[in-house]
Design a protein around this ligand. Structure first.
Ligand code: TRP
Ligand code: ZN
Length: 476
């Protein structure tokens, strides 16, 4: 889906550059002016941190994922499942294409059909390469059906953290930040290309499959249950989930009217559910700060296995084993900050983690805990000599994406900004950020520009010192 943010953000330059590179790679100008000049879409969307993430020349509008999944046999059998799936992908060509890619890793494509016709394709490590015939002129809308499947494992990201389709004894934990969606479906795996989703997940009777959005159907035939979920809000691929396991579903309506669906493994302690029960109050609190909750539903998944972290999967945050209160607040705040407004490039990650961390600081203060000022002071009290201060928050590198300064120095940056421009402008900025870039993506430069626009102040020194300088701030 083409989003406003794509064209407003720095990322737009990157995406455009990728397309230009594609065009020049083909060499000559069209034989006749106005005639199509077909070339291959790039194998990446142009994000320097993850060169193969996303692709050039395509814009996905909708994914329909029909996944049949068999979890592992009981222990001591290996932790491997079996997937047999069909992805029906509606996409538009944004260039004249004689070839285009989707990202797919570790699973095998069996057939690729474009508008009803079987197409030639090949696979490399991260790429499914399709050769459409007839070739695709720019601006065509086509339906691409990929049959694929294979053995599921427990994939890891570049920092060695579990992510993607992580096979568990009773199913799978599916959390894909930043580029793990390619481990479970063919995808334009970058936030610059948001799309809507529908899921039909078929699992052995007795297991529950939990995806994004609203549950629209559940039916059992011959010992297999198909769970159908509809996620109509534009979503970055890393926020999609299709988690499978032994879950109890709890559905209710929050005070603000949002339908909530929680999925908790019954073996988890009651404390997790007690913290999830604060969701309604948190929704009301964050709506006051950031404006209306942006999606059709919310809820949490608490699994009995662990990837070692929680993730703000859109409309249905994922928690490993326990959901503690500050993490529940953090993942909920991400729905505005990170999910509705998403990073244009992965280097913009502090906009996700700084806002989510600052949100949990504000929740704590509002509930009689540590004040935001105290949390800010705790950051500035970190020894000047600590390696903590050597990370550049606005450019932490692909291996620093989830490093603690991205979270806490990012949050402290927002507190310094709030102190500088005052509460009225700070919260006007937060709301305008969500209104202006919601549904799309935005960059650090977009944020700096909006902060100056809303406050009427020159904030270059503050942002340079807090975001761009690898040392402890002293004056700003
Ligand atoms: N985005 C997650 C959060 O803060 C964090 C996350 C994603 C993460 N992948 C990770 C943390 C890998 C550590 C390692 O809610
Ligand atoms: Zn986070």
């Amino acid at each position: 889906m083409t989003t406003r943010g794509v064209f407003r953000s720095i990322g737009a330059g990157v995406a455009a550059a990728a397309l230009v590179a594609t065009a020049t790679a083909a060499g000559a100008a069209p034989d006749r002016p106005g005639e199509p000049n077909f070339s291959a879409g790039a194998d990446g969307i142009g994000d320097p941190y993850f060169p193969l993430a996303g692709n050039g020349g395509i814009d996905v509008v909708h994914y329909d994922l029909d996944i049949h999944y068999t979890p592992p046999e009981p222990d001591p059998a290996p932790l491997e499942g079996t997937m047999d799936a069909t992805a029906t992908i509606e996409l538009a060509s944004t260039a004249d294409l004689d070839q285009f890619n989707l990202d797919l890793r570790g699973l095998v494509a069996e057939s690729v059909v474009v508008d009803g016709k079987p197409m030639a394709f090949t696979q490399t490590d991260n790429e499914l390469v399709v050769t459409p015939r007839p070739k695709l002129q720019a601006g065509r809308n086509v339906t691409v059906v990929v049959e694929y499947g294979g053995t599921t494992i427990r994939p890891r990201d570049i920092e060695n953290a579990l992510y993607g389709w992580v096979t568990t004894r009773d199913g799978a934990m599916v959390v894909s930040e930043p580029d793990g969606s390619a481990t479970w479906f063919p995808v334009n795996d970058h936030p610059l290309d948001k799309a809507t989703y529908e899921f039909e997940i078929t699992v052995p009777e007795g297991l529950v499959a939990v995806a994004n959005g609203l549950l629209v159907g559940e039916s059992t035939v011959d010992g297999w249950t198909t769970w159908t979920w509809d996620a109509p809000d534009p979503m970055a691929a890393y926020l999609a989930t299709a988690t499978v396991g032994d879950f109890v579903l709890d559905s209710y309506t929050a005070e603000n009217g949002t339908p909530i669906i929680d999925a908790v493994d019954p073996s988890r302690p009651a404390s997790s559910s007690a913290n999830l029960a604060k969701t309604g109050a948190m929704l009301t609190f964050f709506e006051g700060l950031y404006g209306d909750y942006p999606f059709v539903s919310y809820g949490a998944i608490v699994d009995d296995d662990s990837v070692g972290y929680a993730l703000e999967t859109q409309t249905r945050s994922f928690f490993s084993r326990n959901a503690n209160e500050s993490t529940v607040a953090h993942e909920l705040a991400h729905q505005w900050m990170g999910n509705h407004v998403s990073p244009a490039q992965w280097s913009d990650i502090w906009l996700n983690e700084g806002w989510a961390t600052y949100s949990s600081w504000m929740w704590a203060e509002a509930n009689g805990g540590t004040t935001a000022q105290q949390s800010f002071d705790n950051v500035l009290n970190i020894s000047e000599a600590s390696s903590y201060w050597t990370i550049v928050v606005s450019d932490p590198g692909p291996f620093g994406l989830f490093s603690s300064p991205v979270y806490t120095r990012g949050a402290a940056t927002l507190h310094a900004l709030r102190t500088e421009i005052g509460d009225e402008d700070f919260f006007a900025l937060a709301k305008e950020w969500v209104v202006r870039y919601g549904g799309g993506t935005a960059s650090t430069n977009d944020f700096r520009a909006l902060a100056e626009e809303v406050s009427g102040q020159d904030l270059d020194q503050l942002f340079d010192v807090w975001l761009d300088t690898p040392s402890r701030p002293t004056t700003w």
